[in-house]
Design a protein around this ligand. Sequence first.
Ligand code: SAM
Length: 401
Amino acid sequence: MEKFRFIDLFCGIGGFHQAMTSLGGECVFACDIDEDCRKTYFANYGIEPYGDIRKIDARIIPAHDVLCAGFPCQAFSKAGKRLGFEDPTKGTLFFDIIRILEHHKPQYALLENVRNLLSHDGGNTWKVMYDRLKSAGYNLLPEPVIFSPHYLGIPQHRERVYIMCVRKDVGDIPPFYFDESKAPRCRIESILQDDDDIPNLRQYQLGWEKIQLIDLWDEFIKGIRCDKLPGFPVWSEWFRPLVPEDNLEAMPDWKRRFVLKNNALYLDNREFIDSWLQKARKCPLFFGAKAKLEWQAGQPENPSLWEQILQFRPSGLRVKPGTYFPALVAITQTSIVGCRKRELTLRECARLQSFPDSFIPDTKNAQAYKQFGNAVNVQTVKLFAAYLFGDPQVRARYSAE
Ligand SMILES: C[S@@+](CC[C@H](N)C(=O)[O-])C[C@H]1O[C@@H](n2cnc3c(N)ncnc32)[C@H](O)[C@@H]1O
């Protein structure tokens, strides 16, 4: 399609907007319940989004060719309350999409959601959605496509489902196929800013206490002798001989298993860990979740925390491979770029979501991080929109037929 009109439901800060306009689309309507998102949207695109979709009469929405909607993930996400359709306020939002779709009957609809959507409520949630989209008059694949920006060489692991719908009289959608083994290699440098180019660099740099703590865990991971680096959560509070009062029998199975693994690690490395613990206890941050480590960076030959991506999480200091970032999330849990000893900047978050450097983030940092965490990756939407519209090159590359 050379020129087309689209609407941006649950618009957030406009991941769909970016993708669709770059493909020749004109946005004729947007809505989002969140006032801060609406301000960011206006600052960037000069369009004032409407508010709560439930209060929008479909008749006020202009005619359009494409309906876009990345609907809220709270109800479906693993991180959310797992309520799905049982949540009467959130669960009905999908049906607002159907209401607008049935009124306007655009040629195409492109929907995005969290991966968990497929397994939600034993698959029933997806079945209901599929049936409703079919009965609204659209063709779609029997299952949504699961895709992540890192398959395009963008260093963010963010699996989401994409639901491509085409009006029955317009056409059908061939099965989508891609070969993960042919995905380009991700390099985090592709989105990193030069430290010299970062205004207020200090606000992103780690303070000495965090550096000391990470150094400490670095020493730990380098110092322990074991066949494999621990893939289980390392709980330093269990680095001691077990005693009957520990009452392991009363623990749930999963916890007892981890305690026993930690104890075995301790007994195999007793001398090293005892002296490491003496040092650790002098470190002011070594308590609670920071006295726990979640090593998820595989088995490198010369392991070092400073070459990985780190996150301080409520469950411990999580260490992921230094090749790509875990999904940005709406809650502030900013990733730390080990090799730079600093947190990701807002500009880098924008780049992870493939927003251009000209994008103007919210003036409040916490809001801006949240908005990028909620957004959809622009390049990924572009790929699915091009596939949906029948772009011959994209179809040739990704169609299974
Ligand atoms: C997953 S985010 C979508 C982000 C968007 N695709 C982007 O690229 O920024 C879901 C959005 O739905 C909005 N939302 C939640 N309930 C809503 C409602 N009742 N009406 C309109 N928007 C709503 C939230 O404020 C949030 O911005």
